[in-house]
Design a protein around this ligand. Structure first.
Ligand code: PGA
Length: 329
Protein backbone atom coordinates (compact mmCIF):
# COMPACT_ATOMS: atom_id res chain seq x y z
CA UNK A 1 0.00 0.00 0.00
CA UNK A 2 1.50 3.42 -0.89
CA UNK A 3 2.67 5.41 2.13
CA UNK A 4 0.30 8.32 1.38
CA UNK A 5 -2.76 6.07 1.44
CA UNK A 6 -1.58 4.46 4.64
CA UNK A 7 -1.00 7.86 6.21
CA UNK A 8 -4.61 8.76 5.34
CA UNK A 9 -5.88 5.46 6.62
CA UNK A 10 -4.10 5.99 9.93
CA UNK A 11 -6.03 9.24 10.43
CA UNK A 12 -9.33 7.41 10.16
CA UNK A 13 -10.79 6.36 13.51
CA UNK A 14 -12.82 3.18 14.17
CA UNK A 15 -15.68 5.45 15.35
CA UNK A 16 -15.73 7.19 11.95
CA UNK A 17 -15.82 3.87 10.14
CA UNK A 18 -18.60 2.62 12.40
CA UNK A 19 -20.64 5.78 11.83
CA UNK A 20 -20.07 5.53 8.09
CA UNK A 21 -20.97 1.84 7.91
CA UNK A 22 -24.15 2.40 9.86
CA UNK A 23 -25.21 5.51 7.88
CA UNK A 24 -24.37 3.83 4.55
CA UNK A 25 -26.36 0.73 5.45
CA UNK A 26 -29.37 2.55 6.90
CA UNK A 27 -29.12 5.55 4.52
CA UNK A 28 -29.96 7.80 7.43
CA UNK A 29 -27.80 9.80 9.82
CA UNK A 30 -30.61 9.84 12.40
CA UNK A 31 -31.01 6.07 12.36
CA UNK A 32 -27.23 5.61 12.48
CA UNK A 33 -27.09 7.84 15.58
CA UNK A 34 -29.86 5.79 17.20
CA UNK A 35 -28.16 2.51 16.37
CA UNK A 36 -24.86 3.70 17.81
CA UNK A 37 -26.38 5.44 20.87
CA UNK A 38 -24.76 8.79 20.03
CA UNK A 39 -26.22 12.14 19.02
CA UNK A 40 -26.98 12.98 15.42
CA UNK A 41 -24.39 15.84 15.33
CA UNK A 42 -21.74 13.34 16.52
CA UNK A 43 -22.42 11.10 13.52
CA UNK A 44 -22.48 14.11 11.18
CA UNK A 45 -19.09 15.28 12.50
CA UNK A 46 -17.60 11.79 12.08
CA UNK A 47 -18.88 11.57 8.50
CA UNK A 48 -17.53 15.02 7.69
CA UNK A 49 -14.10 14.16 9.11
CA UNK A 50 -14.07 10.96 7.09
CA UNK A 51 -14.93 12.92 3.99
CA UNK A 52 -12.06 15.33 4.64
CA UNK A 53 -9.56 12.53 5.25
CA UNK A 54 -10.52 10.62 2.12
CA UNK A 55 -10.80 13.83 0.11
CA UNK A 56 -14.17 12.62 -1.23
CA UNK A 57 -17.83 13.44 -0.86
CA UNK A 58 -19.31 10.26 0.49
CA UNK A 59 -23.04 11.08 0.59
CA UNK A 60 -25.34 13.29 -1.43
CA UNK A 61 -28.73 14.56 -0.37
CA UNK A 62 -31.91 14.27 -2.36
CA UNK A 63 -34.69 15.99 -0.47
CA UNK A 64 -34.64 14.60 3.04
CA UNK A 65 -32.91 11.38 1.88
CA UNK A 66 -29.20 10.67 1.74
CA UNK A 67 -27.52 8.29 -0.67
CA UNK A 68 -23.98 7.18 -1.31
CA UNK A 69 -21.88 8.83 -3.97
CA UNK A 70 -19.74 6.59 -6.17
CA UNK A 71 -16.78 7.21 -3.81
CA UNK A 72 -19.09 6.42 -0.89
CA UNK A 73 -20.09 3.12 -2.53
CA UNK A 74 -16.42 2.22 -2.92
CA UNK A 75 -15.67 3.07 0.69
CA UNK A 76 -18.68 1.04 1.85
CA UNK A 77 -17.37 -1.94 -0.13
CA UNK A 78 -13.90 -1.52 1.41
CA UNK A 79 -15.34 -1.27 4.93
CA UNK A 80 -17.33 -4.50 4.43
CA UNK A 81 -14.24 -6.24 3.11
CA UNK A 82 -12.25 -5.15 6.16
CA UNK A 83 -15.07 -6.40 8.41
CA UNK A 84 -15.19 -9.78 6.61
CA UNK A 85 -11.43 -10.05 6.81
CA UNK A 86 -11.54 -9.34 10.54
CA UNK A 87 -14.27 -11.96 11.03
CA UNK A 88 -12.13 -14.56 9.26
CA UNK A 89 -9.22 -13.65 11.49
CA UNK A 90 -11.37 -14.00 14.63
CA UNK A 91 -12.76 -17.34 13.44
CA UNK A 92 -9.24 -18.61 12.82
CA UNK A 93 -8.09 -17.49 16.26
CA UNK A 94 -11.10 -19.23 17.80
CA UNK A 95 -10.16 -22.38 15.89
CA UNK A 96 -6.56 -22.22 17.04
CA UNK A 97 -7.63 -21.70 20.65
CA UNK A 98 -10.15 -24.51 20.27
CA UNK A 99 -7.29 -26.84 19.48
CA UNK A 100 -5.89 -26.45 22.97
CA UNK A 101 -8.58 -28.66 24.43
CA UNK A 102 -9.86 -30.38 21.30
CA UNK A 103 -10.44 -34.06 20.83
CA UNK A 104 -9.60 -35.93 17.65
CA UNK A 105 -11.36 -39.23 17.09
CA UNK A 106 -9.82 -41.38 14.39
CA UNK A 107 -10.78 -44.87 13.32
CA UNK A 108 -8.20 -46.78 11.30
CA UNK A 109 -8.37 -50.18 9.66
CA UNK A 110 -6.06 -52.80 11.12
CA UNK A 111 -3.43 -52.54 8.40
CA UNK A 112 -3.13 -48.80 9.02
CA UNK A 113 -1.83 -49.53 12.52
CA UNK A 114 1.60 -49.91 10.93
CA UNK A 115 1.81 -46.23 10.06
CA UNK A 116 -0.99 -44.21 11.66
CA UNK A 117 0.82 -43.88 15.02
CA UNK A 118 3.85 -42.43 13.19
CA UNK A 119 1.58 -39.92 11.53
CA UNK A 120 -0.08 -38.97 14.77
CA UNK A 121 3.20 -38.65 16.72
CA UNK A 122 4.43 -35.31 15.38
CA UNK A 123 0.89 -33.91 15.32
CA UNK A 124 0.34 -34.85 18.92
CA UNK A 125 3.72 -33.44 19.98
CA UNK A 126 2.89 -30.13 18.31
CA UNK A 127 -0.63 -29.96 19.82
CA UNK A 128 -0.27 -31.16 23.37
CA UNK A 129 -3.77 -30.06 24.33
CA UNK A 130 -5.37 -32.32 21.76
CA UNK A 131 -6.62 -35.62 23.08
CA UNK A 132 -6.41 -38.26 20.38
CA UNK A 133 -8.62 -41.33 20.40
CA UNK A 134 -7.48 -43.93 17.90
CA UNK A 135 -9.67 -46.97 17.27
CA UNK A 136 -8.17 -49.81 15.23
CA UNK A 137 -10.77 -52.11 13.66
CA UNK A 138 -11.15 -54.07 10.46
CA UNK A 139 -12.80 -52.45 7.45
CA UNK A 140 -16.32 -53.61 8.20
CA UNK A 141 -16.23 -52.22 11.70
CA UNK A 142 -14.68 -48.92 10.54
CA UNK A 143 -17.50 -48.61 7.99
CA UNK A 144 -19.94 -49.26 10.86
CA UNK A 145 -18.38 -46.43 12.86
CA UNK A 146 -18.56 -44.14 9.83
CA UNK A 147 -22.24 -44.99 9.39
CA UNK A 148 -22.92 -44.05 12.99
CA UNK A 149 -20.78 -40.88 12.72
CA UNK A 150 -18.67 -41.87 15.72
CA UNK A 151 -15.32 -40.54 14.52
CA UNK A 152 -14.04 -37.29 13.05
CA UNK A 153 -11.91 -39.13 10.51
CA UNK A 154 -11.26 -42.66 9.30
CA UNK A 155 -8.16 -44.04 7.61
CA UNK A 156 -8.84 -46.83 5.15
CA UNK A 157 -7.99 -48.28 1.78
CA UNK A 158 -11.48 -48.99 0.42
CA UNK A 159 -13.98 -46.34 1.49
CA UNK A 160 -17.60 -47.44 1.01
CA UNK A 161 -19.49 -45.94 -1.94
CA UNK A 162 -22.85 -45.75 -0.21
CA UNK A 163 -21.98 -43.12 2.42
CA UNK A 164 -21.64 -39.36 1.80
CA UNK A 165 -17.89 -39.11 2.25
CA UNK A 166 -15.13 -36.67 1.45
CA UNK A 167 -11.72 -38.21 1.02
CA UNK A 168 -8.08 -37.29 0.86
CA UNK A 169 -5.83 -39.91 -0.72
CA UNK A 170 -2.36 -39.68 0.74
CA UNK A 171 -0.33 -42.87 0.37
CA UNK A 172 0.12 -45.82 -1.95
CA UNK A 173 -0.73 -49.26 -0.56
CA UNK A 174 0.67 -52.17 -2.60
CA UNK A 175 -0.68 -55.61 -1.70
CA UNK A 176 1.81 -58.42 -2.26
CA UNK A 177 1.81 -62.22 -2.05
CA UNK A 178 3.98 -63.65 0.70
CA UNK A 179 5.31 -67.14 1.39
CA UNK A 180 7.61 -68.69 3.91
CA UNK A 181 11.24 -67.95 2.98
CA UNK A 182 11.74 -71.75 2.79
CA UNK A 183 8.90 -72.24 0.31
CA UNK A 184 9.80 -73.37 -3.23
CA UNK A 185 8.08 -70.25 -4.55
CA UNK A 186 10.19 -67.84 -2.48
CA UNK A 187 11.46 -65.04 -4.70
CA UNK A 188 10.27 -66.87 -7.82
CA UNK A 189 8.35 -65.19 -10.64
CA UNK A 190 5.14 -67.03 -11.50
CA UNK A 191 1.70 -66.58 -13.09
CA UNK A 192 -1.27 -66.23 -10.76
CA UNK A 193 -2.92 -69.43 -12.03
CA UNK A 194 0.17 -71.40 -10.99
CA UNK A 195 -0.86 -70.66 -7.40
CA UNK A 196 -4.27 -72.35 -7.55
CA UNK A 197 -3.08 -75.48 -5.74
CA UNK A 198 -1.34 -73.54 -2.98
CA UNK A 199 -2.88 -73.36 0.48
CA UNK A 200 -4.14 -69.80 0.89
CA UNK A 201 -4.45 -68.00 4.20
CA UNK A 202 -6.87 -65.08 4.09
CA UNK A 203 -7.73 -62.29 6.47
CA UNK A 204 -11.17 -62.64 8.10
CA UNK A 205 -14.24 -61.61 6.12
CA UNK A 206 -14.88 -57.93 6.81
CA UNK A 207 -11.22 -57.15 6.17
CA UNK A 208 -10.41 -54.65 3.41
CA UNK A 209 -7.28 -56.60 2.51
CA UNK A 210 -9.42 -59.67 1.91
CA UNK A 211 -11.95 -57.65 -0.07
CA UNK A 212 -9.24 -56.17 -2.32
CA UNK A 213 -7.67 -59.62 -2.86
CA UNK A 214 -11.03 -61.20 -3.68
CA UNK A 215 -11.87 -58.42 -6.16
CA UNK A 216 -8.51 -58.85 -7.84
CA UNK A 217 -8.83 -62.64 -8.02
CA UNK A 218 -12.31 -62.31 -9.51
CA UNK A 219 -11.07 -59.88 -12.15
CA UNK A 220 -8.40 -62.44 -13.09
CA UNK A 221 -10.72 -65.47 -12.92
CA UNK A 222 -8.63 -66.97 -10.20
CA UNK A 223 -9.99 -69.24 -7.46
CA UNK A 224 -7.64 -69.55 -4.50
CA UNK A 225 -7.71 -72.67 -2.36
CA UNK A 226 -8.50 -70.94 0.94
CA UNK A 227 -7.66 -73.16 3.90
CA UNK A 228 -7.73 -70.71 6.76
CA UNK A 229 -9.00 -67.25 7.73
CA UNK A 230 -7.06 -65.29 10.32
CA UNK A 231 -8.11 -62.18 12.20
CA UNK A 232 -4.94 -60.11 12.01
CA UNK A 233 -1.99 -59.28 9.79
CA UNK A 234 0.43 -60.49 12.45
CA UNK A 235 -1.34 -63.86 12.64
CA UNK A 236 -1.07 -64.09 8.85
CA UNK A 237 2.65 -63.28 8.92
CA UNK A 238 3.43 -65.82 11.63
CA UNK A 239 1.35 -68.53 9.98
CA UNK A 240 2.94 -67.93 6.59
CA UNK A 241 6.43 -67.94 8.15
CA UNK A 242 5.52 -71.25 9.84
CA UNK A 243 4.75 -72.69 6.41
CA UNK A 244 0.98 -72.99 6.79
CA UNK A 245 0.31 -71.36 3.44
CA UNK A 246 0.64 -68.24 1.31
CA UNK A 247 -1.27 -64.97 1.62
CA UNK A 248 -1.98 -61.51 0.26
CA UNK A 249 -0.83 -58.76 2.58
CA UNK A 250 -0.23 -55.04 2.47
CA UNK A 251 3.44 -54.31 1.91
CA UNK A 252 3.12 -51.81 4.77
CA UNK A 253 2.68 -54.72 7.17
CA UNK A 254 6.13 -55.98 6.16
CA UNK A 255 8.30 -52.92 6.57
CA UNK A 256 9.04 -50.05 8.91
CA UNK A 257 6.49 -47.29 8.73
CA UNK A 258 6.81 -45.10 5.68
CA UNK A 259 6.10 -42.12 7.90
CA UNK A 260 8.96 -42.65 10.28
CA UNK A 261 12.28 -40.85 9.92
CA UNK A 262 14.22 -41.29 6.69
CA UNK A 263 11.60 -43.64 5.25
CA UNK A 264 9.08 -40.85 4.99
CA UNK A 265 11.02 -39.06 2.26
CA UNK A 266 11.05 -42.14 0.09
CA UNK A 267 7.33 -42.94 -0.14
CA UNK A 268 4.76 -41.02 -2.15
CA UNK A 269 1.22 -41.55 -3.32
CA UNK A 270 2.73 -43.27 -6.38
CA UNK A 271 5.84 -45.05 -5.10
CA UNK A 272 6.24 -47.26 -2.08
CA UNK A 273 9.32 -47.48 0.09
CA UNK A 274 11.49 -50.32 -1.25
CA UNK A 275 11.27 -53.45 0.87
CA UNK A 276 14.12 -54.55 3.07
CA UNK A 277 14.39 -58.13 1.76
CA UNK A 278 17.01 -59.16 4.29
CA UNK A 279 14.80 -58.17 7.23
CA UNK A 280 11.91 -59.95 5.57
CA UNK A 281 13.97 -63.12 5.22
CA UNK A 282 14.98 -62.89 8.88
CA UNK A 283 11.27 -62.85 9.73
CA UNK A 284 10.98 -66.11 7.75
CA UNK A 285 9.06 -64.46 4.91
CA UNK A 286 9.53 -63.91 1.23
CA UNK A 287 7.65 -62.23 -1.61
CA UNK A 288 6.40 -64.24 -4.59
CA UNK A 289 6.74 -62.23 -7.77
CA UNK A 290 3.42 -62.72 -9.49
CA UNK A 291 2.22 -61.21 -12.76
CA UNK A 292 -0.46 -58.55 -12.11
CA UNK A 293 0.89 -58.04 -8.59
CA UNK A 294 1.24 -56.06 -6.43
CA UNK A 295 -2.38 -54.97 -6.32
CA UNK A 296 -2.12 -51.19 -6.21
CA UNK A 297 -4.45 -49.50 -3.76
CA UNK A 298 -4.22 -46.27 -1.82
CA UNK A 299 -4.73 -45.07 1.69
CA UNK A 300 -7.31 -42.39 2.17
CA UNK A 301 -8.51 -40.41 5.10
CA UNK A 302 -12.27 -39.98 4.88
CA UNK A 303 -14.93 -38.00 6.72
CA UNK A 304 -18.65 -37.50 6.43
CA UNK A 305 -19.81 -34.66 4.20
CA UNK A 306 -22.90 -34.17 6.33
CA UNK A 307 -21.00 -33.82 9.58
CA UNK A 308 -19.06 -30.53 9.82
CA UNK A 309 -15.42 -31.17 10.65
CA UNK A 310 -14.18 -29.95 14.00
CA UNK A 311 -11.39 -27.38 13.98
CA UNK A 312 -9.05 -30.05 15.34
CA UNK A 313 -9.90 -32.52 12.57
CA UNK A 314 -9.46 -29.83 9.92
CA UNK A 315 -6.11 -28.97 11.41
CA UNK A 316 -5.07 -32.62 11.29
CA UNK A 317 -6.09 -32.82 7.63
CA UNK A 318 -3.98 -29.75 6.83
CA UNK A 319 -1.08 -31.40 8.59
CA UNK A 320 -1.58 -34.65 6.69
CA UNK A 321 -1.85 -32.85 3.37
CA UNK A 322 1.33 -30.90 4.09
CA UNK A 323 3.17 -34.09 5.12
CA UNK A 324 2.01 -35.90 1.96
CA UNK A 325 2.98 -32.92 -0.24
CA UNK A 326 6.41 -32.84 1.37
CA UNK A 327 6.93 -36.49 0.51
CA UNK A 328 6.14 -35.77 -3.14
CA UNK A 329 8.84 -33.12 -3.48
P1 PGA B 1 -8.09 -54.37 6.86
O1 PGA B 1 -8.44 -53.15 5.95
O2 PGA B 1 -6.97 -53.95 7.74
O3 PGA B 1 -9.40 -54.55 7.54
O4 PGA B 1 -7.73 -55.48 5.96
C1 PGA B 1 -7.76 -52.58 4.98
C2 PGA B 1 -8.73 -51.52 4.45
O5 PGA B 1 -9.93 -51.69 4.42
O6 PGA B 1 -8.29 -50.45 4.12
Amino acid sequence: MPALTLARFQRITPQQLRAFESAARLLSVTKAAQELYVSQPTVSVQLRELSVTTGQRLFETTGRQIRLTQAGEELYKAVREVAACWQRFEARIAEINGLVSGRLRIAAVTTAEYFVPDLLGPFSAAHQGVEIELAIENRDRVVGRLTQGIDDLAVMMMPPDDLPLERLQFQINPLVIITSSKHALANKTVELNELSTERWLMRESGSGTRMAAEQHFKEHNFKPNVVMSLGSNEAIKHSVAAGLGIAVLSQLALQPSVWSGAQSAAATTKTAVPLDYEALCQAGLSIVKVKDFPIIRHWSVVWRKDNPLSATARHFLDYLQAAAAQKKT
